[in-house]
Design a protein around this ligand. Structure first.
Ligand SMILES: NC(=O)C1=CN([C@@H]2O[C@H](COP(=O)(O)OP(=O)(O)OC[C@H]3O[C@@H](n4cnc5c(N)ncnc54)[C@H](OP(=O)(O)O)[C@@H]3O)[C@@H](O)[C@H]2O)[C@@H](O)CC1
Ligand SMILES: Nc1ncnc2c1ncn2[C@@H]1O[C@H](COP(=O)(O)OP(=O)(O)O)[C@@H](O)[C@H]1O
Ligand SMILES: [K+]
Length: 502
């Protein structure tokens, strides 16, 4: 796992460690790590033009000491101060190493010229101490760095990104590489902030023993463990997932959710709905066992036994849909509620009073209805809202969108690292609900089923878009070589995604 800690906990750990170390030692560790990454990024250090953007806090101090190390190895280093008070000792070290320092608040043309001509720019404007939108001249410098042709390396956090939440209010540095110290900060893993970081490199400064449990975690491939069948498995023991989706009017969601489950490793998929949806699912997925049901409180009785339920995609939000959502949540089995089922829940929160696990998979608009919040506020502060939702609704909540997050009370929030904007196409959410339902039926706890499902879903989308294993990373401006994808393509690529983690 990649771990991230809230800013307050990072500061507490730094204080505890600093108390045991000689003064300034921690900043030297950070600066040494930063300088080492920068040296690796430059084809030749000797004679390279390096520009430091230096704010008034310790983030600027790190940049100055890293610049001094690069200057001692032959780089031509220029510091651009953004504040009248910049780290004195760091400034002294840079000067002693032969670095140049522009005057306080240098004219914009001078700063712009230096930034535009740099081979490498170190962004030391603000780190974990940055709050709110960047003020001037920081905002202008952030814009100049983002537009410059040189490689941009953010010190700890790209300036303008809120380290705790990933919130970005106004201009922020778009980095090629972010060198972060001690532990990741949540804002480096969560959009919109995550999109500003480029490649994130973690430098160990010895904080580990002083850090508490993480607040946010992101899976690596080895952390994704879908249930694997053993020799003693049969279709019932592997897990039967029941899906109630679609109706007479909406049938696409039914076919896609069933497909996600069929390719999600369920031992069996039981699909139940109105006749038209059942007919289409039967034609497309002959593997599914289908039942025509009517929207009555005893609707589940004819379907047969399952280990977990998925309810909601394309169901409709009227009284009939409500009856089916109520019937499913009345069972003592794990239930995933998605799409129209969530709209029903927004007016029937009482249905969430149950003891078996409940997993909700809203996008920001659905979550807004569920917890009475503003959609834009949710998009801007996804971490806060997903946590609040899990606590208020007493459920596991998977918040879809640019960065998918999964929260459960008193557990670290799971961040999905495989997402891709190519998933922003109608129907992919239905595929996710079927896939996660299959993992729930296979016995994974709700948090793991949701996080593993999101991981495999994103990976399948990348594989579908790339026409094979996704490329490891791209140079800025390089063509992606990817194709647009449909929800159906994601289903088709699920086997390849499973192969990549099994
Ligand atoms: N502690 C340690 O042991 C270690 C810490 N380390 C490093 O220290 C960093 C934290 O340093 P920090 O606490 O000094 O805060 P920092 O990120 O420099 O920001 C404060 C400055 O930014 C300014 N500012 C704020 N918001 C602004 C805005 N919107 N627009 C414009 N300006 C804004 C603010 O100005 P003020 O609001 O006070 O006028 C103040 O000048 C951390 O990220 C890591 O890099 C490493 O060396 C490892 C050891
Ligand atoms: N910008 C984005 N970046 C990454 N993933 C996205 C983005 N926008 C949407 N997604 C993903 O696409 C899927 C869309 O689901 P949803 O909103 O339920 O659509 P639908 O109801 O049409 O199926 C989710 O898995 C979501 O996380
Ligand atoms: K920074």
């Amino acid at each position: 796992m990649r771990y991230a800690h809230e800013v307050g906990k990072v500061r507490a750990a730094e204080r505890a460690l600093m108390a045991r170390l000689p003064e300034g030692a921690l900043m030297q560790r950070a600066a040494a790590g930063l300088a080492a990454v920068c040296a690796r990024l430059l084809p030749a250090l000797y004679g390279a033009d390096v520009v430091l953007l230096v704010g008034g806090g310790d983030n600027g101090g790190d940049a100055l000491y890293a610049g001094a190390r690069l200057a001692r190895r032959g780089a031509r280093v220029t510091a651009v101060p953004a504040s009248p008070r910049i780290h004195r000792a760091g400034l002294g070290a840079l000067r002693a190493a032969g670095g140049r320092v522009l005057g306080q608040a240098p004219p914009e043309e001078e700063a712009a010229g230096a930034v535009a001509g740099a081979d490498l720019i170190i962004d030391g404007l603000t780190g974990i101490g940055g709050t709110g939108a960047l003020r001037e001249p920081h905002a202008t410098l952030a814009r100049l760095a983002s537009e410059a042709p040189g490689t941009v390396v953010a010190c700890d956090v790209p300036s303008g990104v809120d380290a705790g939440s990933g919130r970005v209010d106004g201009p922020a540095v778009r980095a090629d590489v972010t060198v972060t110290f001690g532990t990741h900060k949540p804002g480096l893993l969560i959009d919109p902030g995550a999109a500003y970081c480029g490649v994130v490199e973690l430098v160990d400064i010895g904080l580990g023993p002083d850090l508490p449990d993480p607040d946010v975690v992101a899976a690596r491939p080895e952390d994704v463990r879908p249930p694997e069948p053993g020799p003693e498995s049969d279709k019932y023991r592997r897990g039967v997932v029941g899906i109630i989706a679609g109706g007479e009017r909406f049938t696409g969601a039914a076919v896609l959710a069933a497909g996600g489950a069929v390719h999600g490793g369920a031992g069996m998929v039981r699909f139940a709905s109105a006749p038209h949806a059942v007919e289409l699912v039967r034609q497309r997925w002959p593997e599914a066992v289908t039942t025509v049901i009517e929207p009555k409180p005893d609707a589940l009785e004819r379907i047969g036994r399952v280990q977990a339920w998925v309810v909601g995609p394309g169901l409709g939000t009227d009284r009939d849909g409500e009856t089916l959502v109520e019937a499913v949540l009345g069972t003592d089995l794990p239930v995933l509620v998605d799409a129209d089922g969530l709209t029903v829940l927004a007016r029937r929160r009482d249905l969430l009073r149950r003891t078996a696990p409940t997993l909700l998979t809203p996008h920001a608009g659905e979550l807004a209805r569920l917890i009475g919040a503003d959609r834009d506020a949710i998009e801007a502060a996804r971490l806060d809202h997903v946590r609040r939702a899990a606590a208020e609704l007493s459920a596991t909540v998977l918040l879809k969108g640019s960065t998918t997050l999964v929260a459960e009370e008193d557990r670290p929030v799971r961040v999905n690292p495989t997402g891709t904007p190519r998933l922003a196409t109608a129907g992919t959410g239905d595929v996710l609900s079927g896939l996660v339902g299959a993992l729930l039926a296979g016995g994974l706890p709700a948090l793991d089923a949701a996080a593993s499902g999101a991981y495999l879903h994103g990976l399948a989308a990348r594989i579908a878009a790339a026409g094979g294993p996704p490329a490891p990373g791209r140079e800025p401006g390089e063509r992606s070589g990817e194709a647009p994808i449909s929800a159906y393509d994601v289903i088709t690529a699920l086997p390849a995604a499973f192969r990549a983690v099994w």
